[in-house]
Design a protein around this ligand. Structure first.
Ligand code: SAM
Length: 318
């Protein structure tokens, strides 16, 4: 019952829960009716007003009722009503994210979806605190920055870095037009936009300079870093501007030193483009040498999508 109330209060599919509860109550009434008529009123024969009430019927209806009731309770407990059908006919969970419109269930992401960028978001969601300073080391089209905006509240800060002005511009536009679309108050909008500090530079330099300086001044450590390697996707983009092994490793090394305990770095590595496999191997090799007493380093690779991207996560536990 508590689950149901919490669920309904969350406003997610509350009406479905109510309908289920009504069905549950009706089933209970039917069950009581069956038992009552079968065992108390018409023990050996059928009732003229209730044609189905013979012993055998009453028993099977009672069984069906309890079975259905158990299912309803189980679905409510598991929050299964959050499920909805996607266009492909597969199931996903309802979204908790306004900006990225993605599932909030890690197991679902790994098992059914396998999209490493989404899995990275689930892991990040688990580690970031509302007042954290977080860093998007490859801003690109801003999907990760927008995601950070959902997690980090007023006391926190997002630093978003990219070599290309075009990437920063696309992201600023998305914040204005997508993330702030529903906010009419100009001051509120501005406050959100100012939560992101954009840096146009190579991430290896920016993290050594601006980011480290900022953290020292604030006396803080970084809560999370995301790195999505490769080039800026989309039409009319310069695909020759691509992350490179040397600067990627430098940025990763520095980020790992600035990370707070309980913080996380995720790196999405792509292998399809020129230099991608070499960069992926180098990141794997580098991250696997992080001291195990301080870090847990994990790799997620969807094995039957050969050559697809992989996710490396570095969690600082001590
Ligand atoms: C795959 S995109 C990032 C996608 C992005 N995270 C998103 O959510 O849309 C890679 C980005 O890294 C940027 N990049 C490449 N080398 C870089 C470097 N050395 N320092 C900073 N950014 C770099 C590219 O300009 C590109 O925009």
């Amino acid at each position: 019952m508590v689950n149901v109330i919490v669920f309904a209060e969350n406003g997610k599919s509350g009406w479905l829960v109510l309908v289920s509860l009504l069905i549950f109550v009706s089933l209970t009434l039917l069950l009581v009716q069956c038992i009552f008529f079968d065992f108390m009123i018409s023990p050996a024969s059928s009732s003229p007003s209730l044609p189905f009430v013979s012993s055998a019927h009453a028993y099977s209806i009672a069984c069906a009722c309890t079975c259905a009731q158990r299912r309803i309770l189980r679905r409510i407990r598991l929050g299964d009503f959050k499920r909805k059908r996607t266009g492909t006919g597969d199931f996903t969970l309802s979204t908790r994210s306004n900006a990225t419109n993605e599932t909030d269930d890690l197991a679902e992401s790994i098992l059914k979806n396998g999209k490493i960028t989404k899995i990275a978001h689930q892991l990040i969601r688990h580690c970031v605190r509302e007042d954290d300073v977080v860093v998007d080391l490859t801003c690109g089209r801003g999907t990760d920055t927008l995601f950070f905006l959902e997690l980090v509240k007023d006391a926190g800060l997002i630093i978003s870095i990219d070599k290309q002005q075009k990437a920063l511009d696309i992201t600023k536009k998305r914040i204005r037009e997508e993330f702030c679309a529903h906010i009419s108050d100009e001051a509120e909008r501005k406050k959100i936009e100012e939560k992101v500090y954009f840096v146009r530079d190579c991430h290896s330099k920016a993290i050594e300079g601006i980011v480290e300086g900022l953290m020292q001044r604030r006396g803080r450590k970084i809560g999370a870093c995301m790195m999505n390697l490769g080039y800026l996707t989309g039409k009319d983009t310069d695909k020759s501007i691509v992350t490179t092994t040397r600067t990627t490793l430098q940025a990763l090394d520095k980020a790992s030193r600035l990370l707070r305990v309980g913080g996380l770095i995720t790196i999405c590595c792509y292998r399809g483009h020129e230099g991608g496999q070499e960069e992926t191997d180098a990141v794997l090799d580098f991250a696997s040498k992080f001291p195990p007493e301080n870090f847990t380093v994990t790799k997620i690779d969807v094995l039957n999508r050969s050559g697809g991207p992989i996710l490396i996560s570095c969690y600082r536990q001590r």
